[in-house]
Write a protein that binds this ligand. Structure first.
Ligand code: ADP
Ligand code: MG
Length: 370
């Protein structure tokens, strides 16, 4: 190959996904063979058309915003879009917009690549359905086990007390019964929170304000446990989150951190903005976790504390499972970094804007679950 232009043309034509270049006014300048097949029109017919005409209505506005931002900022960005060919089921594409710059670095247009990820999406939905079914089995097993223990204990107590005529003995028995009932109630409350974590409702909340009230809420607990509290909260824009749920996520993480520092230590809470994401970190200098523990952290009923014979019977290992569900429902993610004996750092990332495609994905997931 001697002619470099011809070589690049061949590379462009034979890319295994849609590739289109746009003028600054978002009109199609060139398109590869894959694009011709995907849009079912010859290249000559696509050329000069506004690109957004090729995008289905629900994704059009978000795609327009994304491409314009790419042209303004000079940085690539991506989103998911739907595209329906004739009467077929809509396919999901990941659309990547990248700036085209000339030798001086001036932006002279954008390139668009689009890859069909419908199959990948379908498989991941199947997988999460299968996981959900598997975890449902586990949840049922664990609940049965917990309540079996509680009911068994109550039965034994009653059987022992029944033949007794001593009011003291009967009172002791009633006290024991009352404790068992409280424990069952606490477990039921945690189960309800876990189930609810998948049905979050959006309510406007000011994240910066919410962090301030969270810190006030845990300050007293830290003082009581001899824990030094260090905070650094950067202001972030207001977004749509369910404030109560977010507060319960943070409280659950702080509880774990405080419980991990039975000998005292430092709890650091900070929040900063990273582009369109708010990053919240809760860092403790507590006992940390083994690799084995880290593997099972988010599983419902995984606990090293109580529940199944440990010391604190109200700890049944639903904390992080609930937190995980709630954060995912908010479109965010959670990651945990921990070393045994060295402490733990939990990071939560929450989106400060919601792309239309996110909402479409949520609607899509809801539709397939019906
Ligand atoms: P629970 O607190 O009821 O045990 P969680 O789901 O909140 O359940 O946590 C699961 C397990 O993860 C805990 O039992 C503990 O072993 C571990 N863990 C969670 N957070 C921390 C932390 N900050 N430091 C050390 N271990 C932790
Ligand atoms: Mg916990």
């Amino acid at each position: 190959m001697t002619d470099i232009a011809a070589y690049y043309q061949q590379v462009f034509d034979h890319l295994g996904f849609v590739c289109i270049t746009l003028d600054p006014d978002l009109k199609v300048r060139a398109c590869n063979d894959f694009a011709v097949r995907q849009f079912g029109r010859p290249a000559a017919e696509l050329s000069g058309r506004p690109f957004l005409d090729l995008v289905d209505e629900p994704s059009r506005e978000a795609a327009s915003r994304l491409i314009r931002q790419t042209l303004e900022r000079g940085e690539p960005d991506e989103m998911e879009i739907k595209y329906a060919k004739d009467d077929e089921r809509p396919q999901t594409f990941v659309l990547i917009a990248s700036p085209i710059k000339d030798e001086q670095g001036t932006i002279v247009g954008a390139s668009i690549s689009m890859r069909d990820i419908s199959e990948r999406k379908r498989l991941s939905r199947e997988l999460s359905k299968a996981r959900r079914m598997a975890s449902l089995g586990k949840v049922a097993e664990a609940v049965a086990h917990l309540f079996n223990n509680i009911l068994g204990g109550m039965q034994t107590g009653i059987d022992a007390a029944l033949p007794s005529d001593s009011p003291r003995e009967l009172r002791r028995m009633l006290r024991q019964l009352s404790q068992s009932i409280s424990r069952a109630t606490r477990i039921t409350q945690q189960l309800a929170a876990f189930a609810e974590s998948e049905n979050a409702v959006d309510e406007a909340v000011d994240l910066t304000h919410l962090m301030a009230s969270f810190i006030e809420k845990i300050r007293g607990r830290c003082e009581k446990s001899g824990i030094n509290l260090v905070t650094d909260i950067q202001e972030v824009p207001s977004v749509q989150f369910d404030g109560n749920r977010l507060l319960s996520v943070l409280t659950s993480l702080a509880t774990n951190a405080i419980e991990a520092m039975s000998e005292g230590g430092t709890l650091t809470v900070n929040m900063h903005r990273d582009q369109e994401v708010a990053v919240i970190r809760i860092i403790d200098t507590g006992c940390g976790m083994s690799d084995e523990t880290q593997e099972h952290l988010f599983e419902p009923f995984f606990t090293t504390k109580g529940g199944f014979g440990g010391e604190d019977l109200s700890k049944i290992g639903l904390g992080l499972a609930t937190v995980h569900g709630m954060v995912a429902e908010m479109g965010g993610s959670i990651s945990i970094d921990s070393k045994l004996g060295r402490g733990t750092s939990v990071s939560i990332k929450l989106p400060l804007r919601r792309l239309d495609s996110d909402l479409a994905a949520v609607a899509d997931a809801a539709a397939t679950q019906m």
